[in-house]
Design a protein around this ligand. Structure first.
Ligand code: PEP
Length: 255
């Protein structure tokens, strides 16, 4: 059954890349996207580190590949050394920003409330916000995965969010960068749960794209992307090689 939700394959380069390799990687993805033309079944997004947003943006200009940030401030401007406002991302041509990635929740102690404020700031600037939620290994082992992810989701997504500018990424913390992936049944159950909660919370929650993230690569993408409520992938390590990343884009189903 067609959902009408176009898949989104998003690259999170994290803190990787200098100008030469970052622009070369973005160029390789942009060339493939241009060559695919209307046959492209998915939206494609690259979120480089902040230092590469401008040069990567120059390379992506004129291609269908979107540019995005990995984080934004909840504030609009002012004395916040080192932070980047959503308007600044927008100014550089970004269409999207990741909020609440588990590496920021853990490493920078970001709370659900802060993630919600960052997401609101992104939405206010017309950016698509990709809100990340996931459970730790201990939470899954304790049988709490659905409950903790549900709570994180409901407290991280602002009430004003709309499907056109909200994407949710389910990323089990224990699957990020580890090569470990939940079973297809576990992914399906979590995405169905997230869909139900979104449909309750938002008037158009049925249309929100829900991505899976955590050790997605070309060899496992087809079966993951085929799951009913999986509307794309958030890709870390495998997005750093053009062939590997493109291998994921290519198997995105037409919806
Ligand atoms: C991520 O950082 O969002 C991610 C999913 O990483 P990886 O694909 O490397 O597991």
């Amino acid at each position: 059954m067609k959902s009408g939700r176009r898949p989104l394959i998003a690259a999170n380069w994290k803190m990787n890349g200098l100008k030469a390799d970052g622009t070369a990687l973005a160029g390789a993805v942009a060339e493939r996207a241009k060559a695919a033309g209307t046959a492209l079944a998915a939206d494609i997004l690259i979120c480089p580190p902040a230092t590469l947003i401008a040069p990567v943006g120059d390379v992506l200009a004129g291609s269908p590949v979107w540019l995005g940030g990995q984080d934004c401030s909840p504030e609009t401007s002012g004395a916040f050394t080192g932070d980047i406002a959503a308007a600044m991302l927008r100014d550089l041509g970004c269409r999207a920003v990741i909020t609440g990635h588990s590496e920021r929740r853990a490493g920078h102690r970001e709370t659900n409330g802060q993630v919600r404020a960052k997401t609101s700031a992104a939405l206010a600037q017309g950016l698509v916000a990709i809100v990340c939620v996931g459970e730790t290994a201990a939470e899954r082992d304790a049988g709490q995965a659905l409950d903790v992810v549900g709570a994180r989701l409901l407290h991280s997504v602002p009430d004003e969010a709309k499907a056109a500018s909200l994407v949710v990424a389910y990323e089990p913390v224990w699957a990020i960068g580890t090569g470990r992936v939940p079973t297809l049944a576990e992914i399906e159950a979590m995405h169905r749960h997230i869909r139900t909660l979104l449909a309750d919370k938002l008037s158009d929650g049925a249309d929100v794209r829900i991505l899976y993230g955590g050790s997605v690569k070309a060899s496992n993408a087809r079966e993951i992307l085929a799951i009913a409520d999986v509307d794309g992938a958030l890709v870390g390590g495998a997005s750093l090689k053009a062939d590997e990343f493109w291998g994921i884009v290519e198997v995105a189903p037409t919806r």
